[in-house]
Design a protein around this ligand. Structure first.
Ligand code: GTP
Ligand code: MG
Length: 254
């Protein structure tokens, strides 16, 4: 097992997840957002980065806390890129970034601004979300049935949320070793994915998600261990496997 960091080191090397959402990609605001978050402005450093075609499984796990709310279906379509690229699935993507440094979570939240772009424009001009849009959602008859907050970026709200989200989007080896602050361990088992489902036995067409001897999040290995013993898990299995399925589909499923 890897040596763990001390609490002080962990605070100095706090991690946070940023997603540059599909509306920011469409508006070509990536460069602006990256410069707002640059080390020069924030004293934060890149710890991980990837371009992700967001699956429904990943979207639903990321926004699990909003499941059941009226705006949830529109939120899932938004983060999957379906709202901004309805006819161009090949352009549906987000940039997922992990930043590391002192007070990373609160620093990025301050620069991101309030959740609602209208509120951001009124109360926090100059923040990234002040450049966002509120889109009215209408039914087939043209009646307004809700709104979608196109707020350009996601930023973790607390260090605990950052840990859950970073482990959802990134494998340990996606994050450079000096900046990994969550416990990891080497898997003692092989885990395979077959048709999007987890198995412990290889069958034709399945592929390896985690090999025995491979580095994984310790909390994921604990979840997998419980799953293998038929016990209930506090972390969903979808949250464990979503990151191993990122960008694996040859043709987008939907
Ligand atoms: P994220 O960084 O995206 O997580 O936003 P947040 O932490 O500022 O807000 P929260 O986690 O509560 O909500 C996640 C996303 O759901 C927001 O970015 C919005 O797009 C959407 N959302 C949250 N609250 C509302 C709401 O009251 N109405 C609508 N229409 N959308 C909402
Ligand atoms: Mg949030």
């Amino acid at each position: 097992m890897q040596a763990q960091n001390t609490d002080t080191q962990t605070q100095e090397m706090e991690l946070t997840l940023v997603l540059i959402k599909p509306d920011a990609m469409k508006l070509s605001l990536t460069g602006y957002i990256l410069s707002q978050l640059s080390e020069f402005h924030t004293a934060l450093r890149f710890a991980g980065a990837k371009i992700v075609h967001v699956s429904r499984r990943l979207a639903e796990e990321h926004y699990a806390e909003h499941r059941g709310k009226a705006f949830y279906p529109a939120l899932i379509n938004y983060i999957m890129g379906k709202s901004h690229y309805p006819d161009q699935p090949q352009r549906r993507r987000v940039i997922a970034l992990v930043y590391s440094g002192p007070n990373a979570v609160s620093t990025v939240r301050r620069i991101a601004g309030p959740t609602n772009p209208h509120h951001a424009r009124e109360t926090a001009p100059g923040t990234i979300r002040a450049l966002g849009t509120v889109v009215l959602l209408k039914d087939a008859q043209g009646q307004i049935i809700g709104e979608r907050l196109d707020n350009l970026i996601h930023a973790s709200a607390t260090p605990e949320e950052a840990e859950r989200e970073i482990k959802l989007w990134f494998c340990p080896t996606d994050i450079m070793p000096f900046m990994r602050i969550y416990p990891t361990d080497y898997s003692q088992e092989h885990y395979y994915l077959s048709g999007g489902q987890l198995t412990t036995t290889w069958t034709p067409g399945s592929r390896c998600a985690i090999a025995a001897g491979e580095l994984a999040w310790k909390s994921d290995l604990e979840t997998l261990h419980l799953w293998r013993s038929g016990k209930p898990t506090s972390i969903s299995l979808d949250a464990v496997i979503a990151k191993y399925l990122i960008n694996t589909e040859q043709i987008p499923a939907e």
